[in-house]
Write a protein that binds this ligand. Structure first.
Ligand code: A3P
Length: 338
């Protein structure tokens, strides 16, 4: 099996490698997430459909020192950060912010996920990324420990967005529920309890939640030039300060003139949930073929979980909070004491 530590065997055909991936899949622990099979690979749960792309990414990706990589767990604000980073890095290439292509392209089309899109079906024929203009901007949902070593040792910059586990779960629940509902399932309290239990036991796409958060958080503490750790709640509360910090981190700080012209506020407004919902592409378009863009923009509220989780469900999250606390992590912008 072609793994990150083994050199690529060029005599392997795509079919032979696909067979080896199937064998690997069979050997790994399995779970279902809303009907989607997942495997426990390198200590985290990955949707089976992504395993080949993950291994291709680990095997072939060559970072540039100027690369920017957005890392996140699903439903923590990935789409928002994609739009903000894209706007930050491209704002000076255009004569006006309204020329940013958000009306015709969803942020996921503008900033591709490495394991989901860039390295899809590419174990034997990796894409040539060398010609992409610098800085290249990519995204990943993979945990820090599973990133290729080439990224860990490079000077590229990683932006990590974290969100409190309650709202992340509720967002994930609503997102995946659409697939169950389309099959005729009516969700009930028992079903939700089952998924809360799974989630809090670490079984969710790219989970355990706490390992994911702590991996990037620790790296951001040890190497703040390498990883910028952002909280979704902080970005909502103090968007201007966060955007300035983000712009500095990715190497394109706002000039005095831009500050005077309120460019920061304009980007915040352009990338807001309300504005993104109104973009034509997000009313009718789809991404990854099977997901409607509108499913990416729900409420975007901090604390919406209290409208959905019972107190006994919320209590289950103590196991996550406890592990975060033991590691010395606490949310700066989210009150976790109930
Ligand atoms: P909710 O389901 O709580 O509303 P991701 O992009 O990682 O899939 O995260 C999706 C969550 O981010 C959803 O949360 C969605 O509504 C919210 N979101 C999407 N775009 C946003 C934006 N521009 N501003 C704030 N939140 C946003």
């Amino acid at each position: 099996m072609a793994s990150p530590s083994e050199p690529k065997n060029s005599s392997n055909t795509q079919e032979q490698l696909s067979e080896k991936i199937k064998d690997l899949e069979l050997s790994l622990p399995k779970e279902l997430w809303f009907g989607f099979p997942m495997q426990l690979y390198q200590g985290y749960w990955c949707l089976s459909v992504l395993l080949e792309g993950i291994i291709a990414f680990q095997t072939h990706f060559q970072p540039h020192d100027t690369d920017i990589i957005l890392a996140s767990l699903p439903k923590t604000g990935t789409t928002w950060l994609k739009s903000l980073l894209f706007a930050l890095l491209n704002r000076n290439k255009l004569s006006h912010l309204s020329e940013l292509p958000f009306n015709t392209k969803n942020p996921h089309e503008l900033v591709l996920h490495l394991e989901i899109e860039v390295f899809k079906n590419s174990l034997t024929n990796p894409p040539d990324l060398t010609q992409l203009p610098s800085p290249r901007l990519f995204a990943t949902h993979m945990p820090y420990h599973s990133l290729p070593d080439s990224i860990k040792t490079s000077k590229c910059r990683i932006v990590y967005v974290c969100r409190n586990p309650f709202d992340t779960f509720v967002s994930l629940w609503h997102f995946y529920l659409q697939f169950e509902v389309s099959k005729g399932t009516s969700p009930d309290k028992e079903m939700m309890e089952g998924y809360v239990n799974k989630y809090c036991a670490g079984v969710s796409p790219f989970g355990p939640y706490e390992d994911h958060v702590l991996g990037y958080w620790k790296e951001s503490k040890e190497n703040p030039k390498h990883v910028l750790f952002i909280e979704y709640e902080g970005l909502k509360k103090e968007p201007k300060d966060h955007l300035k910090k983000l712009a500095e981190f990715v190497g394109c700080p706002f000039s005095e003139e831009e500050e005077k012209e309120n460019v920061i506020d304009k980007i915040i407004e352009l990338c807001s949930l309300k504005s993104m919902k109104e973009m034509e592409v997000n009313k009718n378009g789809k991404f990854y073929v099977w997901v409607e863009n509108k499913a990416l923009f729900r409420k975007g509220e901090v604390g919406d979980w209290s409208n959905h989780l019972t107190s006994s469900m919320a209590k289950q999250f103590d196991q996550i909070l406890e592990k975060l606390k033991e590691a010395g992590f606490s949310f700066t912008f989210y009150p976790t004491k109930k």
